[in-house]
Design a protein around this ligand. Structure first.
Ligand code: THU
Length: 136
C-alpha cells in the first residue's frame, strides 16, 4: 500500500502550497498535501486572521478543498513547515483527517509514514456518537 503512494510528490506539493500560505501573525506558514483514492492530489495552506482564533490550519484548508473537489477519502498526507521539513499534524487536525481518511490514513513523519490510528489512538468516532445517542 505504502509502495503505491508517491511520498516524494506529496512532499513537493506540500512545499509548493506552503509558499502560498497566509500566516502573517505567527510567521509559521504550513503546507499540506494529500492524495485521494483515485490518485488526485489535494493541497492547502494555513490561513490566519487578525482575530487569531479564526485561523485555519493547513490540513483543514486541504480537507475543505478536497471535499469541494469531490475527494472524500484520503489515502496519505504530508505536511511541512517553512523550511520544507515534515510536520506531524496538530491534535485538532488529526481528528479532522480521521473523518476523511480513517485510522488507515498514512501520515508522513520524520520517521516515515505512520497510520493515523497510531497518532490518534482511542479516537472519538461515529460509534461513540451512535452509542451516546442510544441508537445502539
Ligand atoms: N498549523 C497548521 O497549519 N497545522 C498544524 O498541524 C500545526 C499548526 C498552523 C496554525 C498556525 O497558523 C501556525 O501553524 C502556527 O501555529
Amino acid at each position: 500500500m505504502t509502495a503505491q503512494i508517491d511520498f516524494d510528490a506529496l512532499r513537493e506539493a506540500a512545499k509548493e502550497v506552503m509558499t502560498r500560505a497566509y500566516a502573517p501573525y505567527s510567521g509559521f506558514p504550513v503546507g499540506a498535501a494529500g492524495v485521494g483514492e483515485q490518485g488526485h492530489i489535494v493541497v492547502g495552506g494555513n490561513v490566519e486572521n487578525v482575530s487569531y482564533g479564526l485561523g485555519v490550519c493547513a490540513e483543514v484548508s486541504m480537507v475543505a478543498g478536497a471535499v469541494s473537489a469531490g475527494v472524500r477519502h484520503l489515502s496519505a498526507v504530508s505536511v511541512c513547515d517553512a523550511r520544507g521539513a515534515i510536520l506531524t499534524p496538530c491534535g485538532q487536525c488529526r481528528q479532522v483527517l480521521l473523518e476523511f481518511g480513517g485510522p488507515g490514513l498514512l501520515v508522513d513523519s520524520a520517521d516515515g509514514p505512520r497510520p493515523l490510528g497510531e497518532l490518534l489512538p482511542a479516537a472519538f468516532g461515529p460509534e461513540d456518537l451512535a452509542r451516546g445517542r442510544g441508537d445502539r
